[in-house]
Design a protein around this ligand. Structure first.
Ligand code: HEC
Ligand code: HEC
Length: 258
């Protein structure tokens, strides 16, 4: 190989390495947050003013509760948590389940919302998702994880049952959840939340809310466009897969977030 060509190649390779290092550093910045963790922890455990302790609904470890329909919020990305709290505070997102999150977010200052999101983003809970057998026993319709995995990884073309719905200009099929949310729903900050290991009940509720438009705080309508094509069965299947999907399984080509 010519000297100059080799040089150009080396520079190109170095550039690539530098670029990915910067990208990873930026993701770290988005996923962590720089608020006051101690204040955030105090709000999470004890509440503030009229705002009850977040732990009372989201659990001591912040991993949510299927009976209450609350999500796992521990270990979610800072940018996403903060955006949701801002959206509740400004009524861009309405909590139609219990109508409490709008009041909770409004009862905190902007700085409190930054602090509690920073605290939550710093947690690394030991949690492997909802217990699907227990949910089935309690009468909750639970889907089939292997079918959900196919949708999450590959998406779905229109099937014999007419789903995913062909909505014309938006394209007929369902895109792979992975294309935005990453392998096993591991997330891609700043915009795409972790949905792997999220609570089953919460996943099902949110997908139905995106589908009927009662949740509409997604940038560019991305989630509404996806969910409008899904049948109830698709939703149950994909939620059944995601709730127990771990980024620590074979097939993840990148290091899970620290
Ligand atoms: C009375 C119960 C209750 C309390 C107390 C509560 N939450 Fe929630 N939270 C919920 C419910 C229910 C939802 C789902 C609402 C919906 O569907 O929009 C939710 C959703 C959220 C979300 C959205 C998560 C996501 O993945 O989109 C965040 C963030 C959140 N809560 C943070 C907090 C924080 C921080 C506190 C304490 C200041 C708190 N919550 C206190 C019940 C509660
Ligand atoms: C084109 C990109 C895109 C695709 C494809 C996509 N999503 Fe999303 N999804 C988003 C964005 C953006 C958000 C965050 C919206 C917000 O800011 O509230 C989101 C949010 C969500 C949430 C709410 C998470 C929470 O904690 O509140 C769920 C659940 C979800 N997506 C499930 C799915 C599933 C299941 C699929 C595949 C069937 C999928 N998504 C495909 C872009 C996408």
């Amino acid at each position: 190989m010519q000297q100059s060509k080799r040089f150009v190649l080396a520079i190109a390779m170095l550039g690539g390495v530098a670029f990915s290092a910067t990208a990873i550093a930026a993701e770290g910045m988005f996923s962590k947050g720089t608020g006051n963790k101690a204040n955030g922890e105090n709000i999470f455990k004890n509440g503030k003013g009229n705002v009850p302790a977040c732990a009372s609904c989201h659990g001591e470890d912040g991993t949510g509760n299927d009976m209450l329909g609350t999500p796992l919020i521990a270990g979610q990305f800072f940018t996403f948590l903060f955006k949701q709290l801002e959206d509740y505070a400004s009524d861009k997102r309405i909590d139609t389940t219990m109508n409490v999150m709008n009041d909770n977010a409004k009862g905190l200052t902007r700085q409190d919302r930054i602090d509690v999101a920073t605290y939550l983003a710093s947690l690394r809970p030991e949690f492997n998702g909802s217990d699907l057998d227990a949910l089935k026993e309690s009468g909750t319709p639970v889907g089939l994880p292997y079918k959900g995995r196919a949708i999450a990884e590959y998406g779905s073309p229109v099937r014999d049952d007419g789903y995913p719905k062909d909505l014309g200009s938006k394209g007929a099929g369902v895109p792979a959840c992975k294309s935005c949310h990453g392998y096993a729903g591991r997330g891609a900050p700043p915009m795409y939340p972790k949905i792997g290991l999220q609570r089953y009940t919460y996943l099902v509720n949110q997908l139905k809310k995106w589908r009927d438009g009662s949740r509409a705080n997604d940038p560019m309508g991305q989630m509404r466009a996806v969910a409008r094509k899904l049948s109830d069965e698709d939703i149950h299947n994909v939620a059944a897969y995601l709730t127990n999907a771990s980024p620590y399984t074979l097939g993840n080509f990148r290091q899970p977030y620290e």
